[in-house]
Design a protein around this ligand. Structure first.
Ligand SMILES: [Zn+2]
Ligand SMILES: [Zn+2]
Length: 355
């Protein structure tokens, strides 16, 4: 309970600060402002490669400091700092080993466990586009129906798969722009190859493609309809050289394609490829998490599903029985030998989700 309270406190503080800033006129000169966005808030947590890896290992059953350390080979100081900040953010709670023991283990809170569907959505994207000839490292089985399962991101109303072309959005109660904190903006991006530490993972592959904060923001703007360089620049307040770098990387990775729209002078638009459009499910799944846990009941964006005409919450469901996928109703089969990646031999074998 302690960490749920910590999360609420954290959100309350953030919202109070936001309310103060909201009174300033939009577009006024002053600090750089960025769009309020639940996906950005979620990516803010997961784009730190260490934080992401720690959460992932927790989904595989890790609870103790040494287990995390041996699975990921992190320096003690780095691991300890991440566990501390994820606890403050309300993702983990500390539980004492035994009555009177001073040693603690780290368990996912409700908010932490609720990240699982987003991980599933990112995993499916990685499985579809990034695993190559080796194929997916995990086979998922849905305990509710007992079938091998490939989770999909669906409309909460009609349970049909959501695609960007079937969704509309409008401002929700939390819409607006908030000044960017200088510290946040100057934080150095983590090296994307760090996402690949430890076990093979399609979630890591997906985050390696889009986990960098700027890369992700560029993709988000594309889903909001931005196609031209100058528009990306003005929407994001991004330095032109950084924007060029991220656009080129996204083209290399197959997320964007360039299309000429003017001859003299030559000008190009940046459009999402089919692979790029397929990121939509992961983005809205992360958005739903941010809406639930970080937006204090005021989601910045409300989605409507044009297929059924209803407002919806993105929901990750089993493709076989159409029931929601959660951390507790999913099992998995490893397609690799865990001993190759985990120094601690008991870990992994006792994880609750193994089949
Ligand atoms: Zn629908
Ligand atoms: Zn199922």
């Amino acid at each position: 309970m302690r960490s749920a309270t910590a999360l609420k406190h954290h959100v309350r503080q953030k919202n109070a600060a936001r309310a103060k800033r909201k009174s300033a006129a939009p577009g006024a000169s002053g600090p750089v402002r960025e769009r309020n966005c639940s996906v950005a808030r979620t990516v803010g947590i997961l784009s730190d490669a260490w934080a992401f890896l720690v959460i992932r290992e927790a989904f595989f059953g890790a609870r103790r400091f040494e287990t995390f350390r041996s699975a990921l080979g992190l320096p003690r100081g780095t691991l300890s700092a991440r566990l501390k900040s994820l606890t403050q953010q309300g993702i983990f709670r500390q539980v004492h080993y035994a009555e009177g023991s001073s040693r603690v283990e780290y368990r996912l809170t409700k908010a932490g466990l609720d990240l699982y569907p987003s991980f599933m959505a990112l995993m499916q994207f990685g499985d579809r586009w990034l695993t190559g000839r080796k194929g997916p490292p995990l086979q998922l089985v849905h305990a509710d129906c007992g079938k091998e399962c490939k989770p999909i991101v669906a409309c909460s109303s009609c349970l049909k798969h959501v695609r960007p072309q079937d969704s509309r959005y409008r401002d929700g109660p939390g819409a607006g722009r908030t000044p960017v904190q200088a510290a946040k903006r100057s934080r150095r991006a983590s090296d994307p190859s760090q996402f690949m530490r430890g076990r093979p993972s399609s979630v890591s592959l997906s985050l390696q493609v889009m986990g960098d904060k700027w890369t992700f923001l560029v993709i988000r703007e594309a889903f909001l309809g931005v196609r031209r360089f100058d528009k990306f620049l003005s929407e994001l307040n991004i330095a032109p050289n950084i924007l060029t770098d991220r656009l080129n990387r996204l083209i290399d990775r197959g997320i964007f394609k360039k299309k000429k729209y003017q001859d003299l002078p030559e000008r190009y638009e940046y459009r999402l490829t089919d692979m790029g459009k397929d990121l939509y499910g992961s983005l809205v799944a992360m958005m739903a998490w941010g809406d639930r846990w970080l937006s204090h009941g005021e989601p910045p964006i409300q989605l409507t599903h044009t297929t059924c005409g209803k407002d919806f919450t993105p929901t990750v469901i089993c493709d076989k029985c159409r029931k929601p996928v959660t951390a507790s109703n999913m099992r998995y089969r490893l397609k690799y030998d865990p001993r190759d990646y985990e120094a601690d031999s008991d870990y992994g074998r006792v994880a609750p989700g193994r089949i």
